[in-house]
Design a protein around this ligand. Structure first.
Ligand code: FAD
Length: 584
């Protein structure tokens, strides 16, 4: 086992991690640990754009953006955080431009902007063009730009290092950050990284669903590491389903397609969103559009022999516009479906997309140990975190923004903390938890297989904890997950080797997904209302009296080692906006 020592350690090299690294490296000795090569992070898959009220193409201002974000999140958004997000958006985009990001331009040479769901002029009057974009490869461009700037600044990367544990130790009765434990893929060796400050920027956890836009690697490792160390997870019941995934495959077709004028149609060719959202139509918020699609399907207006999808119609848009603004997704339709989007509508269905919940933080990125106290030295930013700027439903283009605004803030705060704090002693045998887990997996002769348990997990989640939920479906999901967790104890892997043992890592990732799925379902069962992405058919209305509050889930272990989940709640921060009924 090797021991390393850095002031600041950042876990993850997606947009949030690299934006944090650019700041932290200027201020402290920093290492970035990442299980993927930085430019393979999921940020690179983001297509449609990044929101900022630049007002380059039509009237706009950051206050409207704040309002849309809060309304989009069904009033579960912490309003102070949303104000920061919208206000700092403008500089965030300009920072990226200065770093060299090739945004699409208007004929006059300014950054071009397009429409996106839920973004409106003057508090919902009409759609507004707020999303800055680089064709339908915005995330790819952000990731490449940040990586180039990291290289320029000499950021130290440890690529293909899997962080498997968070180290905390008690100082004067308070738990503080001591570092992390990582497994090096190439050698199978364990590394302990001592650090004064640790920033989790390890991304989402959408792989517990089957039909998902998420990469294979989005397994919630950061959330699970914090969870196992007794830290809370906030609002995990809120998971976003993006309306337009490729039918049965879940591969994303950006909302930018509707931003450019694309229309959703049912089997009768009807533009059905006019019924559900008379003003914003196809550009209503994602939770609204996804529910509308399933309502069409359930009421017998779905397309195809099984009536299980609807169409995204781009055929009325000029081919030149599709080629210039949506080249990748039109190519996806050709490659994966054999469909020519110039002339034929594309079969789509909602796809699991984004975790609104995660590790709770304040607006500096400091991780909360409970409703009031922070964990000194621990930070989180990006999809792993919950600030909460997305509340119960994230608006499209607000996540690329979130990772830039709060990645930057967390990087600065962590490095400043590291420059004034002392190293915390490592706990005794710091690598023990990981070493034991790895040994257990390697030596197990159990009959269960990772792929089978993962498939069963994804099936129950898709069936029972998706766009529509009831007490009964959630209870079924919980029973299934409990049984799967039991089976998981008996899992074994084929590859017993040390080098490049991806079998082993997939097994550990599955353990994370199982734990997080359970938190999602338990939190969802307790929330007896419908709000944003969490829709309970047995409680179809929002209930501000009882549920205008964030869920805080904690893992508890009794003296016999039995685990349970305890739920607590945290007030929502309100500044200027009173909750209203949400209409689009
Ligand atoms: C297909 C798709 C399209 C999208 N389009 C848009 C869009 O147009 N606009 C928008 O705003 N949002 C979009 N989103 C959402 C947005 O892209 C993501 O929420 C955001 O990029 C997440 O960034 P991140 O830095 O938090 O995580 P990621 O980019 O996922 O990076 C996570 C990093 O953590 C590392 N990591 C994970 N686990 C470990 C571990 N155990 N040890 C070490 N390292 C680890 C990984 O190696 C990776 O570097 C899209 C998402 C998807 C899936």
């Amino acid at each position: 086992m090797q021991i390393h020592k850095y002031d600041t350690v950042i876990v993850g090299a997606g947009g949030a991690g690299m934006r944090a690294a650019i700041e932290a490296t200027k201020r402290s000795r920093t290492a970035v640990l990442t299980k993927l090569y930085p430019t393979r992070s999921h940020t690179g898959a983001a297509q449609g754009g990044m929101a900022a009220a630049l007002a380059n193409v039509e009237e706009d201002n950051w206050e409207w953006h704040t309002f849309d974000t809060i309304k989009g999140g069904d009033y579960l958004v912490d309003q102070d955080a949303a104000e920061i997000l919208a206000k700092e958006a403008i500089d965030s985009v300009l920072d990226l431009e200065k770093m060299g990001l090739p945004f699409n331009r208007t004929p006059e040479g300014r950054i071009d902007q397009r429409r996106f769901g839920g973004h409106s002029r003057n508090h919902g009057e009409a759609p507004v063009r707020r999303s800055c974009y680089a064709a339908d490869r915005t995330g790819h461009m952000i990731l490449q730009t940040l990586y180039q700037n990291c290289v320029k600044q000499g950021v130290e990367f440890f690529n293909e290092f899997y962080v498997l544990d968070l180290l905390l130790n008690e100082v004067d009765g308070q738990r503080r950050t001591a570092g992390v434990v990582a497994l090096e893929l190439a050698t199978g060796e364990l590394h302990v990284f001592r650090a004064k400050a640790v920033v989790f920027a390890s991304g989402g956890n959408g792989k517990f669903y089957k039909v998902t836009s998420n990469a294979h690697t989005l397994t919630g490792d950061g959330q699970a590491a914090a969870w196992r160390r007794g830290l809370p997870l906030e609002d995990m019941e809120f998971f976003q389903f993006h309306p337009t995934g490729i039918w049965r495959m879940g591969i994303l077709l950006t909302e930018g397609a509707r931003g450019e004028g694309g229309i959703l149609r049912n089997k009768d060719g009807e533009r059905f969103m006019e019924k559900y959202a008379p003003v914003m139509k196809d550009l209503a918020s994602r939770d609204v559009v996804s529910r509308s699609i399933y309502t069409e399907i359930r009421e017998g207006r779905g397309c195809g022999p099984e009536g299980d999808h609807v169409y995204l119609d781009l055929t009325h848009l000029p081919p030149e516009q599709l080629d210039a603004k949506l080249p990748d997704i039109t190519e996806f339709a050709r490659t994966y479906l054999g469909i020519e989007p110039y002339t034929d509508p594309i079969p789509i269905q909602p796809t699991a997309h984004y975790a609104m919940g995660g590790i709770p933080t304040n607006v500096q990125g400091e991780v909360l140990a409970n409703n009031t106290d922070v964990v000194p030295g621990l930070y989180a930013a990006g999809e792993v975190a919950c600030v909460s700027v997305h509340g119960a439903n994230r608006l499209g283009t607000n996540s690329l923004l979130d990772i830039n605004v709060f990645g930057r803030r967390a990087g600065i705060a962590a490095a400043e903390y590291a420059s004034r704090a002392e190293f915390v002693e490592l706990p005794e045998a710091p690598e023990k938890f990981v070493a034991d887990e790895v040994a257990r997996m390697r030596e197990s002769t159990g009959s269960e297989r990772v792929t089978e348990i993962r498939k069963d997990l994804q099936e129950t989640m898709d069936r029972n904890a998706m766009v529509f939920r009831t007490e009964q479906t959630l209870k079924e999901a919980l029973e299934d997950i409990t049984a799967l967790r039991r089976r998981y104890r008996n899992v074994s892997i084929q590859d017993k080797g040390r080098r490049f043992n991806t079998d082993l890592l997939e097994a550990l990732e599955l353990g994370n997904l199982l734990e997080l799925a359970e938190v999602l379902v338990v939190s969802a069962l307790a929330r007896k209302e419908s709000r944003g992405g969490h829709y309970r058919e047995d409680y179809p209305h929002r209930d501000d009296v009882n549920f205008m509050r964030h869920t805080m889930a904690y893992r508890e272990v009794d003296s016999e080692g039995n685990e349970s989940i305890r739920l607590d709640y945290k007030p929502v921060v309100q500044t200027r906006y009173q909750p209203m009924e949400r209409k689009y």
